[in-house]
Design a protein around this ligand. Structure first.
Ligand SMILES: [Zn+2]
Ligand SMILES: [Zn+2]
Length: 287
């Protein structure tokens, strides 16, 4: 005899498994696919739109990243029932506005695919993230000294993307000879800029130091974090002086430099060698 759903009477079939005496539809209605809170509160930064999830601030750049962050949050929050394998969710919600969110659950119940929508009331609590708190406080703790050999479109794109991404936490961008000084709120942001430069160019020299030590009103000694980022983007025609001997850069492939001395002799030097001994080398860029 075929098994049937004790609630609605439907018979078991290939598309309708019976799980704990119930068909998928009745299982979903009676037992539920997941346990969920009826409402949750999300803390967000009213200045930058960052969001606090599981105790940690996540900085989002756009609506899509916000949605992904909220989905990750719910995936961790929802507890699937023991017969249900939760594979994915899709959430519809109104950002930064108290309203119900619709969460579409996708997964397998008793071995068959199932999707089902639930709602959770989301309330948003306006707050200030630690970085924006510092903006309001008005001080900067870190300086990025970005330097390069040659100004090219790659450098310009990099500087523009940095200014765009970190806009809220940059106090000032000061053009200097062959580069920029970027005043930032926090050392962790300065390190993120150095990592971005290292991802983009192989030949980047990064040096960290502290300076401008001063006392705060409550007597604490504080220093500013300095990070010097030197992008060694040589191009042919640049001059390098090594141990007093001038060379012209013939070519640079991102790793190896071909150098020509005044009598026409060619030597091949790896960029790491130049980078390690940068103080010994004097560099003059081509016009
Ligand atoms: Zn049923
Ligand atoms: Zn913020």
């Amino acid at each position: 005899m075929k098994r049937f759903c004790v609630n609605c009477g439907i018979e078991e079939s290939a598309t309708t498994p019976i799980i704990r005496g119930l068909c998928p539809k009745c299982y979903t209605e009676i037992r539920g696919l997941v346990t969920k809170p009826s409402s949750i509160e999300l803390e967000y930064c009213k200045v930058c739109g960052g969001i606090k999830v599981h105790g940690k601030w996540v900085y989002v750049q756009n609506a899509e990243e916000l949605r992904e962050t909220i989905e990750d949050f719910f995936i961790e929050l929802l507890k699937p029932s023991e017969d249900f394998i939760l594979e994915d969710i899709e959430i519809t919600f109104t950002p930064y506005e108290d309203s119900p969110a619709t969460i579409n659950l996708f997964g397998k119940l008793g071995g068959t695919k199932i999707s089902h929508a639930i709602t959770v009331n989301v309330s948003w609590k306006a707050s200030l993230c630690p970085l924006c708190k510092k903006v309001v406080g008005g001080s900067y703790n870190a300086v990025v000294q970005l330097r390069y050999i040659n100004t090219d479109s790659e450098i310009e794109r990099f500087v523009n993307s940095i200014i765009k991404e970190f806009e809220l936490w940059i106090k000032e961008v000061k053009p200097v000879k062959n580069g920029y000084d970027i005043m930032l709120l926090d050392a962790s942001l300065a390190k993120r800029i150095a990592e971005a430069a290292k991802r983009k160019w192989q030949a980047v020299r990064v040096m960290e130091s502290y300076g401008d030590t001063r006392r705060t009103s409550n007597g604490l000694r504080v220093s500013r974090f300095y990070i010097s980022i030197r992008i060694l983007n040589f191009k042919s025609g640049d001059y390098i002086v090594v141990n007093g001997i001038p060379y012209t850069v013939v070519s640079f492939d991102g790793s190896w430099l071909n150098l020509r001395d005044s009598s026409g002799g060619i030597s091949r030097v790896h960029i790491d060698e130049i980078s390690r001994n940068l103080s010994k080398y004097r560099v003059r860029k081509s016009i």
